[in-house]
Design a protein around this ligand. Sequence first.
Ligand code: ACO
Length: 381
Amino acid sequence: MTGAPPSPTPKPEVRSGLVGVISHRSSISSIIGATLTYRGINIDELTENGTFEEIVHLLWEGSLPRQPELDALKAELQSAFPLPGAVIDSLRTFPQDADPMRVLQAGMSILGMHDPDAASNAPADNRRKAARATAQLTALTCAYHRVRKGNDPVDPSPALGFAGNFFLQLNGREPDAIETEAIDKALILHADHELNAATFSGRVPSSTLSDLHSALASAIGTLKGPLHGGANRAVMEALEEIGSVDKVEAWLEQKLAAKEKIMGFGHRVYKHGDPRAKHLKLMSKKLGELTGQPHWYAISETLEALVTAGKDFPPNVDFYSASTYYCLGLPPDLYTPLFACSRAAGWIAHLFEQYADNALIRPRALYTGPTEAHWVPIDQR
Ligand code: ACO
């Protein structure tokens, strides 16, 4: 027999951390250089002009809402805030010092048990679940915080938008215009970010045709880590540890000498700046001045100058969100939950995309263990 010789088996390439691997096609958000867009619209334009509800519509439906569509979505989210009584009862059984991200992950699973459309992945059912899960994640964050402090959950107000209701349900008072603006901008800036670790981990369960709540619980657990969404809380711990501007340099030298990561700096994709950071930096400065605590911004700015002078690690989205949230009065362990409340919108857009054009996500591993091992009876081991 003649013919071409069989082509050699390609040498398997292992990409640790999936660096540079493109696993999906997606039309939701894009990162090109230092530009982030949602459905093609630059995040700068969205942050300057939009509200979170408009962004939710953009991410889920693919276009900015017309007024009747926006009104309908607002009403849908508003009516979805109230948690089932059994979920609030569950919150009361959690330890008072539980990490709120654990509470959100567990709470999302419990919400799935109570959702009337839980078992179905049909698009219309998933769309209804999407509004409930998005609103209820915020309600859950706020209710747990109140319950752990010995307070009762607070009802949302139909007079407020999503950002205002986050603040109201958390603090029991309506926010002023600046507080509303800060929360709204934070929600917009965190709403989606291409195929980050949490979004990928949400797509994995949906690729097995598991349900939306299970996929969101997976994404929440992934966001929690300090190399990802958990960095904003770690940044605040660092700022508190530093304490004042004159101590920044010595603190940084010591951390770098110990080869520790500086939280809130660096990014897998952005190597020359995270386009979200500048918006949070402006908010951090403004809120610091307005609330009479400008030192958090001053410490942050000094740290940024020193880190970026010595290394090419620009601040990421988590860096200035820490001082912004501190000035808004948020406890540091709620910084990552606020991130999750926003990112739920993006996760859900990705789940819609995954269900609509599904392929089971199942990569391979390069086996490095023994090959010629055999069973050894227990008395001979
Ligand atoms: N501080 C100190 N060194 C850093 C930092 C940092 N913040 N970021 C990267 N480096 C160094 C690494 O130590 C590594 O050095 P080496 O090559 O000498 O070993 C090199 O830069 C490459 O870093 P990796 O961690 O391998 O790169 P990767 O792309 O995996 O990192 C990551 C991205 C995880 C975000 C990293 O920059 C980091 O750990 N930053 C701090 C945590 C953080 O802020 N995470 C939030 C990111 S934004 C988000 O997820 C919402």
